[in-house]
Design a protein around this ligand. Structure first.
Ligand SMILES: [Zn+2]
Length: 231
């Protein structure tokens, strides 16, 4: 379970004993490294928890902290400080990877706000037909038939240029649908970031549905890529 966002619990620095916010990697008073903080990824970078993020600022903070965590700086540190520098680096990298990616960032922040996300929560497998977005039923059915045909042809060592062409076109279409989902998500970001409680809750619901649709389309495109032998 992830920690709640506003938990800025003060902690005494192990070195100078001055209390500081638990989210910081370095003591603001004596600059000594601190054990990996338990706060959320945003506070590691001193950023507001928003979906619309200043990526330049994120990158700037990431590089600044990475430099401060560089192993060379801990060559003569205590074993604890060395351990913390490694653990802090792992946390920093995870936090950066998550926040710079728009989809992972969205999932992360919604999870922080109690949303259940991902296939592990849907209770259904990938192949469950009830997971197919209603407006795509027919196209997905056709696509799966073509994928089956393609796999069978490949097994026999046969080339089927028409089928390949048709699958390539289908892939293009589904790639386009993925772009649409991403644009719709971005629209919801603003509603979530700046809206009141009810606007935020509506945006959250819409985004969860969009993330489901996105995951579905993503799997589909991956299937087509694998079958076509592309990467
Ligand atoms: Zn200190």
């Amino acid at each position: 379970m992830l920690k709640v966002l506003d938990s800025a619990v003060p902690i005494a620095c192990w070195s100078c004993a001055v209390a500081h916010n638990e989210s910081t990697l370095f003591c603001p008073h004596c600059s000594k490294i601190q054990p990996p903080p338990g706060a959320d990824y945003y506070s590691v970078f001193s950023l507001e928890p928003r979906l619309t993020l200043d990526l330049g600022m994120l990158e700037h903070q990431f590089h600044k902290l990475s430099r401060k965590l560089h192993p060379d700086r801990f060559a003569r540190a205590t074993p604890e400080e060395k351990d913390w520098s490694l653990a802090d680096t792992a946390l920093l990298n995870d936090a950066y990877r998550t926040l710079r990616d728009p989809i992972r960032r969205t999932e992360y922040l919604l999870k922080l706000h109690g949303a259940e996300i991902g296939e592990e929560h849907s209770g259904k497998g990938r192949t469950d037909p009830s997971r197919v977005p209603a407006d795509l039923l027919e196209e997905v059915f056709d696509l799966n038939m073509q994928l089956e045909e393609m796999r069978a042809a490949k097994k026999m060592g046969e080339e089927d240029p028409d089928l390949k062409q048709s699958l390539t076109e289908a892939k293009k279409k589904f790639d386009g649908l993925l772009d649409d989902v991403d644009n719709d998500l971005r629209t919801q970001w603003t509603a979530w970031d700046d809206g009141d409680a009810s606007a935020r809750s509506a945006a959250q619901k819409t985004m969860l549905a969009l993330l489901d649709r996105r995951r579905y389309l993503d799997n589909l495109v991956r299937d087509v890529n694998e079958t076509l032998g592309a990467n």
